[in-house]
Each structure stands twice: as C-alpha cells, then as structure tokens.
Design a binder for this molecule. Structure first.
Ligand SMILES: [Zn+2]
Length: 336
C-alpha cells in the first residue's frame, strides 16, 4: 500500500541512531536478539513465550515486536501501556485506531456522564457521542467570530498514573537502544522495575499532534543522540509517533547528562515529520506540531491529558477540523 515512510527532523544537535516504523502493507519488524531479556537479564528460553509489542498494540501497533523482552517484563510493562492508553483514550476512539483484535477503543462508560463510540456503518466510520444529565450546550456551540459550528467531545473519565505512562515511553525507548548503548542506560532500566512512587527529576513529556480525525495507520519510533558538545543538550531523546499523536522524552543516561539522576532541565523539543509515500502517488508529509510539555513526574491517579476533542465545522463549506484540548493541570509549568 505504501513504500516505507521516511521521517525527517529539523535539529542540528541530534542524529537519528535507531528507528522503526510500522504501517499497513509493511513487513513486520522484530527488534533485538533472542536469548537474553534486555530489561532484566532473564536467559531461560521458557520465559520468552509471549509476543512483546515494542509499541502498544492499543495504539495500532501490529508490526513491531521485541525478541529480547521476557514474559515477566512484558506483563509488568502491560500496566504502563495501559496507563498511556488511558492518558489519551479519546484520541484513539476519535482516530478509529485499531488495537488488539482490530477493535477500536471506546471512551467512557455508556452509563457515565459522557461517552464516545466508534462504529463502522456501511463501510464508513461513525463517531457518536452521548451525554447523560449534562446540558446539550456544554457540547455544541457556535463560534461568534467565524460562525463555525463547534462540537466538543469530552476526553472521558478514566484516570491514569502519569509515572506509569512515562515508564511506557522509557520502555519503548530502551527497546530501541543499539546493543552498544545499553551500558549507558543501566540506571533507567533498573528504574523501570521500581515502584511508581520512586520518581525521577524532570519527567517531562513533549506532546504534539498532526491531523486529528482519521488517524493515519502509521507508527514510528526513533532514538536521537546528541551530536554537539553542549552538555546542556540531553544525550539521548526518544520520539514516537502513533497515529496522530507524537510523544517525546529525554531518555536519562547513567552519566552522559551529569550525575544520576540528571538535573538537566532541557525539554525535548523535536518537530517530527513522517513522509508517507503511497505507491504511484506524490509523497505526503505528515507534520507534527512543536510539542507542549506535560509533567508526568506524579504517582497519583489523574484525569486524562486530553480533556476534549473539538471539531469546528464551517457552516457554508462543511469543511471541518479537529483539535485536541489538553487539560491545563497536566501541563508542566514554564521553566523559570
Ligand atoms: Zn525481563
């Protein structure tokens, strides 16, 4: 369906050292070598019976798996992936992202204050929303300036633990590390197995979006290593795009960012572009915005990061665009 997509990056300080992609029509990719778990050192062959998804299957990953993630690690990482899914469940529903068993995740309980359902009717995607006991005017309106009709889909009421969702990103990043980089990240790997209250300084996550709506069935993940000699530049960044969302973190190194745990306050700020090249068609650039930053250094249950998804429709042309509204309390305060 498409030739391998490419990713581009506008940053002189970094070079991509590892990257995987998955998309419809692309061959499966298996990372790592069998025999030893890169997360815990397990070598027992019977401890590697399950398929370990490198990126969560709930985000549409059907292509990228890890050979060197044991079943015990896979099971404990499942709770991290679950937290990541709950942090932004609405975008998976609205995007029609096909998770496990090709099912689209639904957001909100049908008896809750608001829920969103994704269905295929006559081969067409249908998003429906229902509200119980909340006024109609909370969800529909007209923008006075443009006359656009505005629909507001609430982000659901499921809660998540930010520190766990952060660990989901760390786990993906570690899965991608080339073998010769693993010795530089022993401390963050050990931290993956720590309790959730064991927080690190500056657990900052960059989040941005490309077009929201029909989620592109495309996942990419990359590690970027610094090329400059500026030690205020974090040594390693991890960026992943899953459908219409892009997430990025600093992958904290043992000593390359100063003493562990690093006090480095630089935020990941990569503007990522995926190039889609459908056979026989002009390549299409899928551009993700510059990120805004979330603080996931918290161990308590919180409401989803995506508070609502807003669709604005022009009354004459019928053209619409969707945008995600992030919960203000989820944002990291501006650095002082
Ligand atoms: Zn393991």
């Amino acid at each position: 369906m498409s030739t391998p997509p490419e990713a581009t990056l506008e940053s002189p300080d970094y070079a991509i050292i590892a990257m995987v992609q998955g998309s419809i029509g692309e061959p499966a990719v298996a990372l790592g070598t069998k025999g030893r778990c890169r997360f815990c050192g397990q070598t027992e062959p019977r401890a590697f019976r399950n398929v370990a998804h490198t990126l969560p299957d709930a985000f549409g990953n059907k292509w990228v798996t890890s050979l060197d993630e044991c079943d015990a690690c896979n099971a404990s990482f499942g709770t991290f992936d679950d937290a990541l899914v709950k942090s932004m469940g609405a975008i998976l529903t609205v995007g029609g992202t096909q998770g496990k068993g090709n099912k689209v995740r639904q957001t909100g309980r049908s008896d809750g204050p608001a829920s969103i359902r994704h269905r295929i009717i006559d081969g067409k995607r249908s998003i429906s929303m229902r509200t119980n006991g909340t006024p109609f005017s909370d969800h529909f309106g007209v923008k006075p300036k443009t006359g656009e009709l505005v629909f507001r889909i609430p982000g659901g009421t499921e809660r998540f633990i930010p520190a766990r969702a952060y660990k989901a990103l760390v786990k993906m990043a570690v899965a991608l590390l080339p073998a010769d980089e693993l010795p530089n990240f022993t401390k963050i790997i050990a931290w993956l197995h720590s309790t959730d209250d064991d927080l690190l300084p500056h657990m900052i996550v960059g989040i941005s979006f490309s077009t929201i709506g029909n989620s592109p069935p495309l996942l990419a993940a990359a590690l970027l290593r610094r090329t400059s000699s500026n030690l205020d530049t974090p040594y390693m960044l991890f960026v992943t795009t899953m459908g219409s969302v892009c997430l990025q973190i600093v992958l904290k190194a043992d000593s390359q960012d100063g003493e562990w745990p690093s006090r480095l306050r630089t935020r990941p700020n990569i503007r990522w572009t995926n190039m889609l090249a459908p056979t026989g068609e002009e390549p299409l650039a899928l551009v993700y915005d510059y990120p805004v930053h979330l603080d996931w250094g918290r161990a308590g249950l919180e409401p989803p990061v995506i508070e609502a998804i807003v669709t604005a429709v022009h009354p004459q042309t019928g053209q619409g665009h969707m945008s995600a509204v992030l919960r203000k309390s989820a944002l990291a305060p501006s650095p002082s």
